[in-house]
Design a protein around this ligand. Structure first.
Ligand SMILES: C[S@@+](CC[C@H](N)C(=O)[O-])C[C@H]1O[C@@H](n2cnc3c(N)ncnc32)[C@H](O)[C@@H]1O
Length: 205
């Protein structure tokens, strides 16, 4: 991938966008809030929601009283759904932009937390994506990689995707992810890989 947007996956997710809110995952509010609580974010944080899709996480992120939420996604169609739901409601505190995690147009050390919910396996070049997130995070900034389900389920769904590229977007055991995250320059704070959940929370060293 040598362009600044992963066009192939953008096309795939553009097609999913129309029905994402009705057929995509919709985790219970209690689960989402319990997960976000683990991040210990303070009010006034700048939060990047990587692969925000139609913004499932957005209302929950605003419950944390952030300074702003930056909602980023490859898919303009996903983002158009998000804008229709939330742009007027949240105003200037919600910044919606099309972009790719591998090529963030954000200054160094400018965000407090990067949330990657349901998106990490789709990163085309994982070390590069992690390096880019490390660059834009402030010192002690948090990265959260999460799925509100287990690895086997995600790998089954992706393994059955219509697009051969997506069929290769699989989750590794969380220990392997942890090794990659440590190598990228983070300290692991918490992680789990069991029948209910898959997540890793780390901070920039
Ligand atoms: C499975 S959806 C999850 C959406 C949302 N986070 C949620 O939990 O409902 C994955 C989203 O990540 C986006 N995405 C995939 N690769 C990306 C990348 N390299 N940079 C930014 N967004 C990406 C896709 O366009 C898609 O909207």
């Amino acid at each position: 991938m040598d362009q600044t947007i992963d066009d192939k996956r953008a096309v795939f997710f553009d097609k999913l966008a129309e029905t994402w809110d009705t057929s995509g995952p919709s985790p219970a509010a209690t689960l989402v809030r319990a997960f976000l609580k683990k991040l210990n974010l303070t009010p006034g944080s700048i939060i990047l929601d990587v692969g925000t899709g139609t913004g499932m996480m957005v209302p929950y992120l605003f419950e944390l009283e952030p300074e702003k939420v930056m909602a980023l996604d490859l898919s303009e169609v996903m983002l158009s759904k998000l804008r229709a739901k939330y742009e007027t409601h949240y105003g200037a505190e919600l910044i919606v932009s099309q972009g790719d995690v591998h090529f963030l147009s954000l200054p160094d050390a400018s965000i407090d937390a990067a949330i990657c919910n349901g998106v990490y396996p789709h990163f085309d070049n994982k070390p590069k994506a992690l390096a880019e997130l490390l660059r834009v995070l402030k010192a002690k900034g948090i990265i959260a990689i999460n799925h509100f389900t287990n690895k086997a389920f995600i790998n089954k769904v992706h393994g059955e995707a219509s697009d051969p590229l997506i069929r290769k977007d699989l989750l590794e055991p969380v220990e392997d992810l942890a090794n990659l995250v440590i190598k990228a320059g983070f300290n692991i704070l918490d992680m789990a890989d069991n029948e209910h959940e898959y997540y890793l929370i780390a901070e920039k060293v």
